[in-house]
Design a protein around this ligand. Structure first.
Ligand code: 2HG
Ligand code: ZN
Length: 464
């Protein structure tokens, strides 16, 4: 860092929030997976949107690239430095501001965690539409920047659908503000919709206005052991049609359950072992358990069915699914792939991916789980070196050949950018690169994430 930039940043955030010491920087430099890590010249922690704008203006005039970071729970290498980027931590923007309990809308700083927000709005009868296992650390700004999905997408959609306004700072320090959160507002391009899911490459989000959902305290969770993923999908179809308020439909398999039992030290749900496990949650204004039990009756084996309605019982069932990520990490450093398939091809993918991996990369140990209700499977691969991408290539090509997407909810980051053209056309990639160039001409915001400036051939020539 040049002495001039150090002096400017110190003036903006104060010396306590400009971290240069390697030990204090360390936790900002490695991501949750431990697979992605790099050195940052410094970490800067502004305490307000105005400070973020001033920091970006200073970095921009010094040509200093930056990586915006929230809770650092990303899984694709997009929130840590790679080659000389400084970390811009948004965690100090942690104020929960205007909460309209009549309209069910709230404005929050980018650094507020999902769990903080849930605790804030639930007593007033509202809830956040997106929920995910890393709720204690994941920040709202990071969740919007990556368009996080989570376990309720089948009912409420991903994070972008919850956003009704935001404030963000562009690379040169200028501020875009769409905070009034008007439900109807067709004045020009939908910049918040574009910034959501742009993985910190177009702007740094500082505040978000979210639409909330009515809290539904009456809940029932069912866990079923089933003979196959096809059987699980059949149960999901039936419950969707017959029981009200389906919020989550999650699957996992014996290889993942075995890791969860071992690392979380919990006992198995059933005495027997099943080829596929399905967790279903229904919620509504009144107890959904009777309708759920009735819908499950013709399809489920009573010896392999558990239903819980009280909080502790529901949490116990959810633990088998939610503790997969930490159990896999306790076993080793995984390659994480996060794919969607058309509903009709999900079961075919699950079978073929195991066969294809066994043939091409016998050392890879696949652990599959995910959100069966929206076709999103997480393919975690243990037993392969961090930089050996043979297995990733096998999985992602199979996904593309079945009409799926290489990223369902985690984003492209740096982990999957090599394969972007499998499920995005060159015209599409060039349009995205043109937007990136227009908003960040010096390529200073999260450079190297999603794509590089020169990747995937030159822009399509214009017609004369
Ligand atoms: C989940 O669904 C998260 O639990 C993490 O998206 C998935 O660890 C993973 O691969
Ligand atoms: Zn997920």
């Amino acid at each position: 860092m040049t002495p001039d930039l150090r002096a400017r940043l110190t003036r903006i955030v104060g010396p306590a929030h400009l971290l240069e010491d390697p030990d204090t920087r360390a936790s900002f430099e490695t991501d949750w997976t431990r697979r992605f890590t790099g050195k940052a010249p410094f970490v800067v922690r502004p305490g307000s949107a105005a400070e973020v704008a001033a920091v970006l203006a200073a970095c921009s005039s010094a040509g200093q690239p930056i990586v915006p970071q929230g809770g650092n729970t990303g899984l694709v290498g997009g929130s840590v430095p790679r080659s000389g980027e400084a970390v811009l931590s948004l965690r100090r923007l942690d104020a929960i501001e205007a909460f309209d309990t009549v309209a069910g809308e709230v404005t929050v700083g980018a650094g507020v965690t999902l769990e903080q927000l849930q605790h804030h709005v639930r007593p007033a009868g509202w809830d956040v539409g997106v929920d995910l296992a890393s709720r204690a650390s994941a920040t709202i700004g990071g969740m919007v920047a990556t368009n996080a999905g989570g376990v309720r997408v089948i009912r409420y959609g991903p994070m972008r659908h919850q956003v009704i306004g935001l404030e963000a700072v562009l690379a040169d320090g200028s501020v875009i503000s769409r905070l009034p959160g008007l439900l109807k507002d067709n004045s020009g391009y939908d910049l918040p919709g574009l910034i959501a899911g742009s993985e910190g490459t177009l702007a740094v989000i500082t505040r978000v206005r979210l639409r909330l959902i009515p809290a539904r305290p009456a809940r029932a969770v069912a866990l079923l052991g089933l003979p196959s993923l096809d059987a699980a999908l059949e149960v999901v179809r039936t419950v969707r049609a017959a029981a009200p308020g389906l919020e989550a439909a999650e699957v996992f398999f014996p290889e993942g359950l075995e890791l969860v039992l071992r690392h979380a030290r919990i006992s198995p749900p059933f005495p027997g072992r099943y080829p596929c496990y399905l967790l279903i949650e229904c919620a509504g204004p009144s107890d959904p358990a009777p309708a759920l039990a009735a819908a499950l009756e013709p399809l489920a084996d009573p010896a392999a069915t558990l239903i819980a309605t009280d909080r502790a019982g529901r949490d116990r069932l959810w633990a088998y699914r939610e503790r997969h990520t930490e159990a896999i990490s306790a076993e080793g450093i995984p390659h994480k792939l996060d794919v969607t398939l058309p509903a009709g091809r999900l079961a075919e993918f699950e079978a073929s991916v195991r066969t294809a991996l066994a043939r091409a990369c016998p050392s890879a140990r696949p652990v599959l789980f995910g959100h069966a209700g929206d076709g999103n499977l997480h393919v975690n691969l243990l037993g392969i070196a961090p930089d050996d991408e043979t297995a990733d290539d096998v999985v992602l090509r199979l996904v593309a050949s079945l009409g799926g997407s290489i990223s369902a909810e985690h984003g492209i980051g740096i982990a999957k950018k090599r394969w972007l053209n499998l499920t995005r056309s060159l015209a599409d990639i060039h349009a995205m690169q043109a937007i990136k160039r227009a908003l960040d001409p010096a390529w200073l915001l999260n450079p190297g994430v999603i794509f590089d400036p020169d990747s995937f051939a030159p822009p399509v020539p214009r017609l004369p």
